[in-house]
Every structure is written in structure tokens, then in C-alpha cells.
Design a protein around this ligand. Structure first.
Ligand code: PLP
Length: 386
């Protein structure tokens, strides 16, 4: 065991250790398998339907649609493939432009690149860490015009087809305002709600405001299928197309193999669906546990110079990854160093997308808030407490 040394952030380390009641390493976010996971996986193996079709896939799609209130849900191999297909369904093509936020996980921008389109980066709000409707509107008014029912970027002459806001760490962004702006400017709204299963804005589930919404069930998310994702939509035609294009665009027939377009093998295997069906049964419990953990953190950080991020206005957050805002970049670095060297995993928020080599030439709005948050935000351990 390490010799215990007292440092500036030892009280934080002690608080986190008292929450998880352990002296060993504490990861940022561990999955919990406390329900029917093994039972359903065994059932799945016994049925021999472990692959791309099976009753767990259908059951999952029904249950996630009913939980989120979306009319349709289509299971996919992961959240990134769900984003890729959503953009294709939004008609995003080569040379089109897609608005998103610079403060996001790389998958959001990768999906834009897979369509050979270019991202435009718009600032986030400081409180939600998600896309700012005010910044979005300012950018559009200064740089765009609607022509023939399409949003044209006046500086590049290209069409802005879609907008992908992201609900950062499970905190809903001002999605209703963004929805309204997108409608006005003829931009398709695709919500990256990969991190926000169980998060609501004015009582409505995130991922159901856009024409299309995406959820991820990767191993680090609030519940997991090992790897997996889904597309949410209220549009029957889009749902049918999403299913078709993610399943090799095969035309339904008893024995014939014909395909009417270039499709993708982006299916969620039944084995993974078995896992997620078991995990979904525990979601309400996980959300409660995360809420009580957030309350402990909120109380702990109340009287210091570290700010603990809580539910934005009008929103209920799933508290997937708890985040704090340090006073400065130096304080952040000290915090990361002290906590990680004492066996508590903490991590800074992502480097801004517009600073990565693939996107450094991208058009950007004013990014003051994103840059401010990039230097100060840190995630702290957030696994469901056992
Ligand atoms: C996890 C995540 C994704 C991608 O999900 P995968 O299932 O890992 O492909 C997309 N966007 C955001 C914001 C994410 O956090």
C-alpha cells in the first residue's frame, strides 16, 4: 500500500474512498451486472440465435422505445454507427456541412467525416456543457441564409444539412430552443444522446427532440450491451430505412439474397441485446443510485472553490459522469495528478475537436465557453455504488 501523504486534494480523495468503501484503485466508471445478465445470455446461447437476429433484439427495441417515448428504436452495433446512419438518413452527403459542438467525444465528428461532410463548431453553454442555442443562432444569422428550403453557408456556398448537439455527461442541453432554431433554418436535428439515457428535458427524454436521436451502450455508458447503440425516431419511414440500411439493405424474401443499395452490417448481435435487456431492467435503480451519489458530491463540494455540475434548468440529468470545474488549468492539473497518484481515477474533459489535426481547418463560431471549460472540467468516479 502507498504511504499516505496529505495533499491539497486529500479531502476529495477521502470523500470518494468513503463513498466506494475501498482502499484499492477506484475507476471512473465500471459497469454493474446485478440482474438477469447471465440468465439471458445463457438463454441466448441455448437458442443458438447469438448473432444478428433474435428475440432479444426485438425485445430491446420495443423496451427502449417505450422507455424513451420514441415511436421507433433501431438497434445498432454501436453509437458511432448509429450516428453515421442517422446522418445518412438526414441526407448528409459529400461537401455538405454539419454543425456540432467542439466539446464532444470524437465519435460525433467521426460520423460527420464518414459522410465526407465537414463539421462547423459552435460554442456550448457554460452550465450545460452542451450546444448553446444563442451561439447557434448568432452563427446562422451572421453566416447563413435559407434558399430553396435549404440552409446555405454564405462563406463557403455549401449546404448546412444537419446539426448535432450533444448532452454532455448526461446533462441535457437547451434542446427545445435548438430544435426551434433548426426548424426555422431547415436544418435536420440529430441528437447525440449517447451519454444521456435516463436524462430528460422538460419531462421529455433526450434523443426524442430531433428527427433522429442516438444512444450508446458501450461498456463505459450508464448501461451496457458490451458494445451497441440505437437510433430513435418518431418517423416510421426513417425507422424503416434505418433498419434496412443497418442490415445490409437486404430485401425481405424467404430465400433470395438481393440488396437494393449499399448497406452496412451495423446490426446489434442478439448476444449483446440479451445483455442490454437485462441491464435495462436495472436502469431505474442505477439512476437512483447515481442521483444519491451526485447529492453526496454536491454537499461535499458546496463550500470550496471547486464547482460541482448539477442538473441544468428545466432538466433532469442521469449523472452518467459526475463533473467538477476547477478554478484554473493549474489547479486542474494538480487535481488530476494528486487524485490519480492516490489511486482515484479522474480525467479531464476532451480536447476540443477543432484543435485535432483532422478538424483544425474547420469553421468555428466564437468558442469562449468551450475553451474555458476545456481547461477546467474533470470527471470524478461515478460508478453505481454497490
Ligand atoms: C460514447 C459516445 C459515442 C459513441 O458511442 P460508441 O458506442 O462508443 O460508438 C458517441 N458520442 C458520444 C458523445 C459518446 O460519448
Amino acid at each position: 500500500m502507498n504511504v499516505k501523504i496529505s495533499t491539497q486534494y486529500t479531502p476529495v480523495v477521502d470523500c470518494i474512498r468513503s463513498v466506494y468503501k475501498t482502499d484499492s484503485f477506484i475507476p471512473l466508471h465500471e459497469p454493474r451486472f446485478l440482474g438477469n445478465e447471465k440468465k439471458y445470455l445463457n438463454e441466448c446461447i441455448d437458442s443458438t440465435f447469438v448473432s444478428s437476429v433474435g428475440k432479444f433484439v426485438d425485445e430491446f427495441e420495443e423496451k427502449i422505445a417505450s422507455y424513451t417515448g420514441a415511436k421507433y428504436a433501431v438497434a445498432t452495433s454501436n453509437g458511432t454507427s448509429a450516428l453515421h446512419i442517422s446522418l445518412l438518413l438526414a441526407n448528409v452527403e459529400q461537401n455538405d456541412e454539419v454543425i456540432t459542438q467542439p466539446l464532444t467525444f470524437i465519435a460525433t465528428c467521426n460520423a460527420i467525416s464518414y459522410c465526407n461532410a465537414k463539421p462547423i463548431f459552435i460554442d456550448v453553454d457554460k452550465d450545460t456543457m452542451g450546444m448553446s442555442p444563442v451561439a447557434l443562432e448568432i452563427f446562422l444569422k451572421e453566416n447563413a441564409e435559407v434558399k430553396n428550403q435549404q440552409c446555405v453557408n454564405k462563406s463557403t456556398g455549401k449546404i448546412i444539412k444537419a446539426c448535432i448537439p450533444m448532452h454532455t455527461f448526461g446533462h441535457p442541453c437547451r434542446i427545445e430552443e435548438i430544435q426551434k432554431i433548426c426548424k426555422e433554418w431547415h436544418i435536420v436535428l440529430v441528437e447525440d444522446s449517447a451519454e444521456s439515457l435516463g436524462s430528460f428535458y422538460r419531462g421529455q427524454h433526450t434523443g426524442t427532440f430531433g428527427e433522429l436521436g442516438v444512444i450508446s451502450f458501450n461498456g463505459n455508458k450508464i448501461i451496457t450491451s458490451g458494445g451497441g447503440g440505437c437510433i430513435l425516431t418518431n418517423d416510421e419511414d426513417l425507422a424503416k430505412k434505418a433498419k434496412h440500411i443497418t442490415t445490409t439493405a437486404k430485401e425481405p424474401h424467404k430465400w433470395e439474397y438481393t440488396h437494393d443499395m449499399v448497406g452496412y452490417n451495423y446490426r446489434m448481435p442478439n448476444l449483446n441485446a440479451a445483455l442490454i435487456v437485462a441491464q435495462l431492467e436495472q436502469l431505474d435503480g442505477f439512476l437512483k443510485s447515481k442521483r444519491s451519489l451526485a447529492k453526496i458530491y454536491k454537499n461535499f463540494f458546496q463550500n470550496g472553490d471547486i464547482h460541482f455540475v448539477t442538473d441544468p434548468e428545466n432538466a433532469k440529468s442521469n449523472y452518467w459522469l459526475n463533473s467538477i470545474v476547477l478554478k484554473s488549468k493549474d489547479q486542474r492539473d494538480l487535481f488530476l495528478d494528486e487524485t490519480n497518484s492516490q489511486g482515484i481515477m479522474t480525467r479531464p474533459i476532451w480536447a476540443l475537436m477543432n484543435k485535432l489535426p483532422m478538424f483544425e481547418k474547420a469553421q468555428c463560431g466564437d468558442l469562449t465557453n468551450s475553451e474555458w471549460l476545456e481547461e477546467r472540467v474533470v470527471n470524478i468516479p461515478s460508478s453505481v455504488i454497490l
